[in-house]
Ligand binder design. Structure first.
Ligand code: UDP
Ligand code: MG
Length: 319
């Protein structure tokens, strides 16, 4: 039985060596064979260099370097594609997902025979603003998602081989890993923890990336945007119907001449409703277009393993 750990990394040079060492130490304590697969998501700092150096000390480390920054979700997919473990941990590489929790995840998954064990945040230590909009997103998403969603869980989880294979069947471009993990079903268990703030540097999922991810999550896992349009459209019909009655009554009773304000209001009301719908339909078309293009989700530049590199060096010396 083998355990794999997938860690997506983007410009985490300052902490990556310590991170891999700690992950190694805690996974080792389980006493099973393991591998740590770090995905360098096109970092522009010392992340790759530091990982490369660490492969000399930790032979279980494998580094997958992507050709550019493809984003967190793509990096997770790259990692999952390249692991061979029977149990796979997915975790952020900034100490917000504490490595010391890995043995607890393993204990839970083997004891309960679940296929998915997620780390459930009982508290978060990030700044108030970020906590606030993350909370709002989770509240909305839980209510609109078709598969139901567990609040207070992120990427940090352990999956069985069966669950990983199910996740890998998803070929969609607009990905949201916690949503997919929920979609696949199976028995899902939880381990509670307090989520600390990142140990160093600034968040690599900036606000723009986070909001884009939230939109991907909502569009992929709910009909809610298009449904909201339908309801707004129906409301428009009701308003229109009332306007007809008002117009006819005014015409036949001769109460008041029909002024420009009502006409103007009606035109702008329907105009804006239609524009909103067009924008929203555009959003769907854009997503369909992205899916139809079937572009690769990520592109690997180099895979780096201590063994392989040494072997390569030896063979090149022979030549
Ligand atoms: N990350 C990545 N690619 C990106 C952005 C982030 O691989 O384009 C990694 C990052 O290095 C970290 C994890 O994803 O290991 C979570 O990122 P971050 O801590 O910025 O997210 P947050 O905790 O703010 O949600
Ligand atoms: Mg983080």
């Amino acid at each position: 039985m083998k355990i794999s750990v997938v860690i997506p990394l983007y410009n985490e040079g300052a902490l990556v060596t310590r991170l891999v060492e700690e992950v190694c130490q805690h996974v080792k304590s389980i006493g099973k064979p393991f591998e740590i697969v770090c995905v360098d998501d096109g970092s522009t700092d010392t992340t790759f260099e530091n990982l490369r150096k660490t492969t000399k000390e930790i032979e279980e480390l494998k580094v997958i370097s992507l050709s550019r920054n493809f984003g967190l979700q793509a990096a997770i997919t790259a990692g999952l594609d390249h692991v061979g473990g029977d149990y796979v941990v997915i975790m952020d590489g900034d100490f917000q997902d504490p490595p010391e929790l890995i043995p607890a995840l393993f204990k839970k998954i083997t004891e309960t025979k679940a296929d998915v064990v997620s780390a459930l945040r009982t508290s978060r230590a990030e700044k108030f603003g970020k906590r606030f909009y993350i909370k709002i997103f989770h509240k909305i998403f839980r209510n609109v998602s078709e598969t139901g969603q567990v609040e207070q869980t992120g990427n940090f989880s352990m999956l069985s081989r069966k669950a990983v294979d199910a996740v890998l069947k998803f070929s969609e471009q607009n990905r949201y890993f916690p949503g997919i993990r929920n979609f696949i079903g199976f028995r899902h268990e939880f381990v509670e923890y307090d989520r600390p703030d990142r140990s160093e540097g600034s968040a690599k999922m900036n606000r723009k990336k986070l909001f884009a991810l939230a939109a991907d999550a909502v569009y992929s896992f709910s009909k809610w945007p298009i449904k909201a349009c339908l309801y707004l459209g129906l409301l428009g019909v009701v308003v229109f119907f009332l306007a007809i009655i008002y117009t006819l009554v005014s015409k036949f009773t001769g109460l008041a001449p029909f002024g420009w304000s009502s006409t103007f209001l009606a035109i702008s009301f329907f105009g804006s409703v239609q524009l909103t719908f067009l924008g929203l339909i555009g959003e769907y078309i854009f997503r369909i277009y992205k899916e139809v293009q079937k572009r690769p989700i990520y592109i690997v530049k180099k895979i780096f393993e201590a063994d392989k590199e040494e072997k390569e060096n030896k063979s090149s010396k022979k030549q």
